[in-house]
Design a protein around this ligand. Structure first.
Ligand code: SAH
Length: 361
């Protein structure tokens, strides 16, 4: 069955001031040109912001003083404010950012050995409606702009000491990234700039609910990214219950699109499977999943459910989780369990925004 184009409907933002200097469409280069400034200044300003963590135009000490003042009058660097900043004992830090229109999004910094991974959002809310996920409870509000996506990266990078850099990006925060590719792709391109964050495309993961046209677009735009597909069930009935957009797509089409991405990219795919206690965590479910994986060179990422207040779903028991993993491993499937990080700071997708909204009401 073909995917309903409604899933890719673009929700535009009118919220962010036109001249967000972190947005590649801010018009900075033209603005500099009108002032008779050399073209390389645009790159120098970007380098200050992305590579040197300048917090204001005033910090850009090698720019003429008048220019700094003019920039400050016409452009904004930060369109968000930090509404909540939480730190967990394992080094995970989570920001709840308030956007210019009052909406709120989450982003997370994870520390793991030498890795400094950030998890960023692509939309305010989410239209996919996965029944266990906090992000989609109230639907999608709007797409994030490219500048808002870049701003999350820089806000999180600024949490690191000067001698540490971000190493990995996972687009696994709020929203469905493939429903906002027009804004996401330029932001991910910025992240790779060697003069800026310098994060290689191979260290960038885009996680999708599985929208075949979006997967194909990503492959056409840049198959260098690592693709993660959220499955959560290996048969259509159960998947449609858990991931309602599956009704109009179907697993066969999701898997076919994933296979096309693999053929184009040559990179091992990841399939995510959130284990919900008593729902999709039996040995039979694991056997179905192993059959679906077949001979694919894929990694199954099993994610024990992180309980969301007010939702009926349960975390899997330790025994169920181990049985599930045993069945997959015995069938020769590459499997890993995502370690829980930052659970106490509501680090799963959409949870902090929801907790904050509920506390406020
Ligand atoms: N829309 C994208 C990316 C966002 S969510 C996608 O569906 O992949 C990233 C992953 O976190 C998804 O696999 C999602 O199903 C999972 N997730 C959402 N809520 C969760 C929760 N409460 N506990 C554990 N995983 C969750």
């Amino acid at each position: 069955m073909a995917a309903d184009p409604a899933f890719l409907t673009v929700v535009e933002s009118t919220a962010v001031p036109q001249r967000h200097v972190l947005d590649p469409s801010s018009g900075l280069a033209a603005w500099l040109g009108q002032r008779g400034q050399p073209a390389w200044r645009a790159a120098a300003i970007r380098r200050w912001l992305h590579g040197r963590r300048a917090a204001s135009f005033a910090d850009m000490t090698d720019l003429p003083r008048d220019l700094r003042a003019d920039l400050d009058a016409d452009f904004r660097i930060w369109t968000t404010t930090i509404a909540v900043h939480k730190r967990a004992e394992d080094g995970t830090e989570k920001l709840l950012l308030q956007l210019a229109d009052g909406q709120r999004i989450e982003c997370v910094l994870l520390r793991d050995g030498d890795r400094r991974t950030v998890c960023i959002s692509s939309q305010v809310g989410c239209a996919m409606g996965c029944v266990f996920c906090a992000s989609g409870i109230d639907g999608v509000v709007r797409n994030l702009t490219t500048g808002e996506i870049v701003e999350q990266l820089l806000r999180l990078a600024a949490l690191l000491p000067a001698d540490e850099r971000l190493s990995h990006i996972v687009v696994m925060g709020m929203g469905e990234p493939l429903a906002n590719l027009d804004r996401l792709l330029p932001a991910l391109a910025e992240a790779q700039d060697p003069q800026g964050l310098g994060i290689s495309q191979r260290r960038i993961t885009v996680s999708t609910v599985g929208l075949p046209p979006g997967i194909d677009r990503l492959a056409a735009a840049n198959p260098g990214y690592h693709l993660a597909v959220s499955l959560h069930a290996a048969d259509d009935d159960l998947r449609t219950r858990l991931v309602p957009v599956n009704k109009a797509i179907g697993l066969a089409d999701v898997m076919a699109a994933a296979d096309r991405y693999w053929e184009t990219s040559g990179r091992r795919l990841t399939f995510e499977y959130v284990l919900l206690g008593g729902v999709n965590d039996s040995p039979d479910h694991a056997a179905d999943l192993a059959r679906l994986m077949g001979h694919r060179a894929a990694l199954v990422n099993v994610i024990p459910y992180n309980a969301v207040a007010g939702m009926p779903w349960k975390e899997p028991t330790q025994a169920a989780r181990e049985r599930f993993l045993d069945v997959l491993r015995d069938a020769g499937v590459n499997v890993q369990v995502r370690r829980r990080k930052g659970a106490r700071i509501d680090a799963a997708c959409g949870q902090l925004r929801r907790a904050a909204a509920q506390a406020a009401t």
